[in-house]
Design a protein around this ligand. Sequence first.
Ligand code: GLA
Length: 356
Amino acid sequence: MTKTLVPLFLLLSQFLTGVHSTAQPTLKSAYKDYFPVGVAVAPRNLTGPEAELIVQQFNSVTPENAMKMGPIHPEENRYYWQDADAIVDFAQKNGLKVRGHTLCWHSQTPRWFFTDANGQQVSREVLLARLRQHITDVVTRYKGKIYAWDVVNEAVPDGGESIYRNSKFYEIIGEDYIEKAFEYAHAADPAAKLFYNDYNTENKVKRDKIFQIVKKLKEKGVPIHGVGLQGHWALDEPSEQELEESIRKFADLGLDVQITELDVSVYPKEHEARPKKPTDDGVLTEEMIRKQTAQYKMIFDTFRKHKGAITGVTFWNVSDKATWLDNFPVRGRKDYPLLFDQNYQPKPAFWQVVKF
Ligand code: GLA
């Protein structure tokens, strides 16, 4: 009797005095029963305080640039593997998952891809052969180490009637470049989960266009497993209804949904780049912090509500120290879109996200 009572008493008193645990929740501990929480990284993030923060908080990484077509395949017969290898090695050493990003995208694509030795545009056959070679080489190199790939990125335009962006891939190959890319990736690593990835996916018109494309791919038996909602959001968008509609619509097709590039700008959303104005002073105000905290709360409340449908959430950059939004849509205007501040400390939004 006393044998069991003593430890119980001890436990209780420790609990009441708060001695039992000084451990604070982390992103990965808070969401362990929901989905992996990832972060986009560059090789410079893999040492020092950022590396510590990555290992402490996250259980997945995405190379921010290192696996894009331009950086990894700068010339026809030359790959540059060093940065991508470093990220995959870091992940393996620290037990992190890796999302690959991205196998086919109209942007950051090297010019040689579309032209022959005389500078002429290549034929459909040549471009398909190059796409196949590229995807096969990259996916094979990391086979078994990358659990999910963004296969095609941003194939849908924001405006206009067409559901396909008029990219070089579309112009030269036709709409079936998308299914080919998925087939090549699946052949190279049949175990990898394959995603279509895009931004502005909460806009009704764009969401419906993407829906048409992925539905058609599913019906044709193309090996697509999920849709990536990039999640480059802001204080004023998306609304809860818009976000829920996107998650439901794609999940109802039997596809995994991942948030692949999450950040919440402290400025109202602007979709086009524009010059800096004198009022763009980059000062973080109390009001911005309050609104950002509320927006992050809404977003993660919604993610948890759709447990099961959402199979991953990845932040786009580690902390407010450096984010691509410092230069977009306004070059040189500081933004503060992440959960950790410029000194890597958790922000009010972080606590809203982990305490529920
Ligand atoms: C898009 C791409 C990402 C990245 C961001 C900006 O969302 O998918 O790879 O380039 O733009 O950083």
